[in-house]
Write a new protein. Structure first.
Length: 325
């Protein structure tokens, strides 16, 4: 067993950073929480596999992080630099969100209530855009807790795997695998009608020799959106959410939950048109609109009570556990 330790200096992480939010919310397979760490199996550029443990400590204003990597093969300095940079990207170590939390939220009674427990929460991004697209497709028209089950099954059935310390860890499935998997086996992951979209996206990527991660290099967000919509099963909602969790671009996707939040907190319970919501969001929050979305859709039924309001939908953000399969 080869073990590597990589430290992030104080200048590598821009506070505030609510790392506890990362541990307790939206922990989907192949990520797992182990104590104050998030762990998953990665395939490195060299093709080697390694178990990466992201260890958090410190406070929101003085956050600290380091990586512990275990691998059955030796990892090159290039592999180690790659994972250090990737984890920094995934957990948004560099973005300064103080303007959003210290100014915008303090002037907005709704966001102020929502941010009391989530102060310093940043947008975690998936390592690969393909993972983001498939994850959002799975989130279509489904109760949130079911997403945990579907992703767990998909990773366990089709991801690469290795054993460490008596446990088996998995990567997210590659498009090459899903493109050539019988549809019935994908459907067995309890994905329902989404099976054909999951395979269709993988087939489209392989057939057209597309590297979705290269879309991150495109500056015009609308151009990225148009490329995403070319994928099977990807409409405006899926594209907008993928822009957020796959690209960290300012986005405010509209679904049942986000619409209900906007109706309840900003339109006095009145249903209004999507264009009216979009215009409101862009004017009010601008580049911070997805951070506002994060707060408005996380633990909403809990913090709404501080405002004397009842929010009828339950948030599935908290990762109490990964449901059994």
């Amino acid at each position: 067993m080869n073990t590597y330790s990589i430290n992030y200096s104080l200048k590598d992480i821009t506070p505030p950073l609510n790392w506890y939010y990362y541990l307790t919310h939206y922990v989907f397979e192949p990520w797992r929480r182990e104590g104050n760490s998030l762990v998953r199996l990665f395939k490195f550029p060299s093709g080697k596999l390694g178990l990466v443990k992201v260890n958090f400590s410190g406070t929101t204003q003085k956050p600290q992080a380091n990586l512990t990597i275990h691998s059955h093969q030796k990892l090159s300095p290039t592999d180690q630099t790659w994972i250090k940079d990737l984890i920094s990207w995934c957990f948004d170590f560099h973005t300064d969100v103080s303007e959003f939390y210290d100014q915008i939220c303090q002037k907005d009674p709704v966001l102020k209530a929502a941010s009391e427990e989530l102060y310093g929460a940043k947008l975690r991004t998936d390592p690969d855009v393909f993972e983001s697209v498939i994850g959002v497709v799975m989130a279509q028209n489904v109760q949130f807790q079911r997403i945990y089950t579907m992703l767990k099954l998909l990773c366990h059935h089709f991801g690469d795997h290795q054993d460490y310390h008596g446990q088996t860890y998995f990567t997210f499935p590659a498009p090459q695998i899903l493109a050539h998997t019988p549809l019935a086996k994908i459907r067995a992951c309890k994905v329902g009608y989404r099976d054909k979209y999951i395979q269709g996206i993988a087939e489209y990527i392989i057939k057209n020799k597309i590297d979705l991660n290269k879309l991150r290099q495109i500056k015009d967000t609308n151009n990225i959106r148009q490329e995403l919509i070319k994928l099977p099963g990807v409409g405006p909602y899926t594209a907008d959410l993928t822009l957020a969790i796959g690209f960290r671009r300012p986005s405010f996707h509209l679904d049942l939950f986000s619409r209900e939040a906007m109706y309840t907190f900003y339109f006095k319970g009145k249903k209004v048109s999507d264009p009216k919501i979009t215009n409101f969001v862009n004017n009010r929050w601008g580049k911070w609109k997805h951070h506002a979305m994060l707060l408005l859709t996380t633990n909403t039924d809990e913090w709404a009570q501080k405002l004397g309001l009842t929010f009828r939908l339950k948030s599935g953000a908290k990762s109490h556990h990964t449901p059994g399969v």
